[in-house]
Design a protein around this ligand. Sequence first.
Ligand code: C5P
Length: 223
Amino acid sequence: MTAKRNIVTLDGPAGVGKTTLAKRTAQALGIAYLDTGAMFRTLGWKLGADAASLSEAELTARLAAFSFSLSGSGADTVLSVNGTPVGQEIRTEEVGMLASIVAKLPAVRTALKAAQQAMGAATPLVAEGRDMGTVVFPEARCKIFLDASPQERARRRFDQLVAMGETPDLEALTEQIRQRDDQDRNRAIAPLKPAEDAVIVDTTTLDIDGVFNEIMRHVKANA
Ligand code: C5P
């Protein structure tokens, strides 16, 4: 049996609260967090949906121009691309959809998996995304899969976007989240699903403190 690695994985669908909870868990553990959605968002934003029409060789060459790095720890962890911290511009639902489009491409998944595993080899992590427990860190010491109804996730995303000064439409947001779920769950490579050894936490009726306490309970049980 392979040794368990000092990595906590948080996977789950769009809008379930993974980033907030990964940040908080990392802060409590005094380690870094890795927001892998931000990596796919950055590539979606920089390459656009046209990436899907590039040849494998062209896309691989384009991807070589992006280098991701992680610095700091806890809530102060910073993810950078080519030395520049990833900013708020990637946080829209439109960029989320572009991320989901490029996330289906084998060359993109291969490049980001290598970058994510290199970061995990260098430092203990709370790693959040869709395939952290299944594909990228199968040997993680604690795997958690967060879920919630699409309506509840859309409502949470709505609140987040309002806090960022945007004026989202709740119905449109619910539909976008459903589409993105479908795309993430049904793709051929690294689809969104819980690892066999993941603990599933349904957060629909829990507030953020309730979910955080649940996560910490599992983390401690797997220390
Ligand atoms: O989590 P977030 O909404 O930021 O992720 C954006 C998109 O990136 C997801 O909808 C998904 O398609 C993709 N993604 C992925 N694998 C991950 C993280 C994100 O495919 N580990």
